[in-house]
Design a binder for this molecule. Structure first.
Ligand code: UT7
Length: 356
């Protein structure tokens, strides 16, 4: 029996043009690493890297526009969002939020627009919020964007522990009110956090806890740091548990899952979660090999890539899981969307508005 549901009805992406292979990254950044090690231990062969003029907002605008055009094509009419949620840990400025400017550039001045910070779990958090807003009847057409530029903002290019992992990019979805039997329908959601392990993934300085330049901080404290081994173990456990919760909330067993799209951090993590759940590798989809870890953008980028390659039929029973710093994690069950994804190049924007 169909029930009211929030439905994904448009898919968009935007990627920097420059693709950098493992061997090139090692050579350019003088990393004490090995291209085979990176591929075997992470599953990453290359990543897209933004140039210094391309911001998170530039990528977000292009992905958002692509998702709106994808939704308009499916609907046969222009689509106008009534709220914009931007998941990012790498905003254009520390103040203000990036979402209002992205909304303005999309011709949406006047609609509420906010950034949401949940690191690599940002997209599942933002989608869960959009689902709640739609099913509560408060908004009818959210635009949800995940966009990141880790390489130009948070990552020390000479730190092999992190520089090999992250890439830049953006993915977006349009959400509308509909019913639970339609392709794209979001079904159950599960979210969680554990701030007791906040130190496992952190940029130590530059916030109010340790302001930039405060006693005891060095230039290196402005960069992203991660305890990879500990994060790996948490990621496997939390994503597996969250997936089990959301599957049982939907009334599905792992056998029912026709397509599994996880946060793209490490192929070994994705496979460990898939193996524990009992979802065969033929049903696991993603593009980690080509894009690396794009944080809040990774799930919509993987979703759009899976749709573009027509690997999964519209309506197929789909499981999404995300995990990141915070710690924060989450999962959704949904029916695979039918929208044809679009991808646009980022359009670099210069600050031309009133100076403070
Ligand atoms: O998106 C947010 C969530 N993030 C994640 O989920 C990331 C989770 N963590 C990981 O993906 C993995 O822990 C890493 C890819 C970061 C590291 O892989 P690992 O298998 O956990 O490696 P390790 O830290 O246990 O190190 C194994 C070996 C060490 O050498 P010895 O002590 O065995 O001789 C390291 O020194 O690999 C060495 N190593 C490297 N070698 C070449 C560590 N990093 C590198 C490197 N290149 N970049």
């Amino acid at each position: 029996m169909p029930t009211p549901a929030a439905v994904l009805c448009g898919l968009g992406t935007s990627l920097p043009a420059r693709s950098v292979s493992n061997s090139r990254l090692i050579a350019e950044n003088d990393l004490d690493s090995d291209e085979r090690w990176i591929l075997e231990r992470t599953g990453i062969a290359a990543r897209r890297l933004a140039d210094s003029r391309t911001s998170t907002g530039d990528l977000a605008e292009a992905a958002g526009r692509a998702a709106l055009d994808s939704a308009a094509e499916l609907a046969g009419a222009p689509v106008r969002p009534d709220i914009v949620l931007l998941a990012t840990t790498t905003p254009d400025h520390r103040c203000p939020a990036t979402a209002p400017e992205v909304a303005h550039r999309l011709g949406l001045s006047g609609v509420p627009a906010l950034d949401l910070s949940a690191a690599c779990a940002g997209f599942v958090y933002a989608t869960a919020c959009a689902q709640a807003l739609v099913t509560a009847g408060l908004y009818v057409r959210p635009l949800v964007i995940g966009s990141e530029t880790y390489s130009t903002t948070l990552i020390d290019p000479h730190d092999r522990d992190t520089a090999i992992l992250f890439g830049d990019g953006a993915g977006a979805v349009v959400v509308r009110a509909g019913t639970s039997e339609e392709p794209g329908a979001l079904l159950a959601q599960d979210l969680g956090s554990d701030g007791g392990h906040a130190g496992l993934i952190q940029v130590p300085a530059g916030g109010s806890r340790r302001p930039r330049g405060a006693a005891g901080t060095g230039p290196h404290d402005d960069y992203f740091r991660m305890n990879g081994r500990a994060v790996y173990a948490h990621a496997v456990r939390r994503m597996t548990d969250s997936a089990r919760d959301v599957l049982s909330g939907t009334g599905w067993s792992p056998d029912d899952v026709e397509s599994f799209i996880s946060h793209q951090a490490n192929q070994r993590i994705i496979d460990a979660v898939g193996d524990r759940l009992g979802i065969p590798s033929s049903r696991r989809h993603g593009n980690l090999r080509d894009l690396g870890n794009t944080a809040a953008a990774s799930i919509p980028l993987a979703l759009a890539d899976t749709a573009a390659r027509r690997r999964v039929a519209p309506g197929a029973r789909t499981l999404i899981t995300g995990f990141g710093g915070g710690l924060a994690w989450g999962a959704h069950t949904l029916r695979f969307p039918e929208a044809r994804p679009r991808s646009y190049a980022p359009h670099t924007h210069h600050d031309t508005d009133e100076a403070p």
